[in-house]
Ligand binder design. Structure first.
Ligand SMILES: Nc1ncnc2c1ncn2[C@@H]1O[C@H](COP(=O)(O)OP(=O)(O)O)[C@@H](O)[C@H]1O
Ligand SMILES: [Mg+2]
Length: 284
């Protein structure tokens, strides 16, 4: 199969040609990317007797965006939750294989799971602000983790809101309820809440799927900005979005990692027939 013989779905092609966000740097070879930050090694995952992930191995370079794509039910969210042990909260589940954060196995008995989830933050598909003020939503993680002194809270909250590109819109109404914000603002608030505890890795599960196009573009621009400081893994069912925001893309199907490569390669010249069928919209 060659690029010439392949029909790329028109919207994906145009997203690759004209990214909505600043043009990505020329694609980099693995050797040129930064150190590996997160790595899954031969990971299997089970809900009871039902196996959801099969032998998944993937290495995520630091300060980059890695997109997870694939049909609904293929295990993207399950895999993402394995990276900060969020699946531990689901009864009767089991992990085999390893997940390394900076080379250390996060499933080792000695690992402090609360500390792990501080280092590896998760932003959900549906924004989930608490019924509290904007300020309290961002301060929440700082308070429960006992981070910083009380007098430092306002500055930390401000910084997190700035990094989440929300500060200018809310700085005059920090004490108003978070639920009065628009959907897109609420999602950026949840990103601010995740950033406030200063994570190293940010996991995002379809963070823009409930948002309108303008709010989606803001989130995509934000992701592009955040990757200068964070290692980001994002699940998206939107292939144009994967093409726009990520440098590397992993294609999952039926619990298996089919292909993982530079995003431009996956979308223009994938190595597997089934990847091509998926991105050209033959199923999905
Ligand atoms: N809490 C759960 N309990 C049992 N099975 C689950 C649970 N969550 C997901 N699954 C199953 O695991 C598989 C992968 O689901 P998921 O990771 O949510 O896929 P995706 O995010 O790609 O849509 C599906 O078959 C789904 O039904
Ligand atoms: Mg999912």
């Amino acid at each position: 199969m060659t690029t010439e013989t392949m029909t790329i779905a028109e919207p994906v092609k145009s997203a690759l040609l004209r990214p909505a966000v600043p043009v990505p740097p020329a694609a980099v070879e693995p050797a040129e990317v930064g150190a590996i930050r997160v790595e899954a090694v031969r990971l299997d995952f089970f809900y009871g007797k039902s196996q959801a992930l099969f032998d998944v191995s993937i290495a995520v370079p630091e300060k980059s965006v890695t997109a997870l794509i694939g049909p609904s039910g293929c295990g993207k969210s399950t895999f993402l939750r394995c990276l900060n042990r969020m699946n531990d909260l689901i009864p009767d589940t089991r992990v085999e294989g390893r997940v390394l954060l900076d080379g250390e196995d996060i499933y080792e008995g000695s690992v402090d799971v609360v500390g792990l989830r501080r280092r590896v933050g998760l932003v959900f598909q549906k924004s989930n602000p608490f019924p509290k003020s904007i300020f309290e939503n961002v301060a929440y993680g700082l308070r429960i983790n006992g981070i910083g002194r009380r007098s430092e809270l306002p500055e930390r909250v401000e910084n997190a809101l700035k990094r989440a590109a929300l500060w200018e819109e809310v700085k005059d109404r920090l004490r108003t309820p978070a639920l009065s914000l628009s959907g897109g603002q609420q999602q950026r608030l949840c990103i601010a809440r995740a950033l406030a505890v200063e994570p190293e890795v940010l996991l995002m599960d379809e963070p823009a799927s409930a948002l309108d196009p303008i709010a989606t573009q803001k989130i995509e621009e934000l992701i592009w900005e955040l990757k200068t400081a964070y290692t980001i893994v994002i699940v998206t069912h939107n292939m144009q979005q994967a093409a726009r925001v990520s440098e590397r893309t992993a294609f999952f199907m039926m619990g298996r990692l089919v292909e993982y490569d530079r995003t431009d390669k996956i979308f223009t010249n994938p190595g597997q027939r089934v990847t091509e069928d998926y991105i050209t919209g033959r199923f999905g």
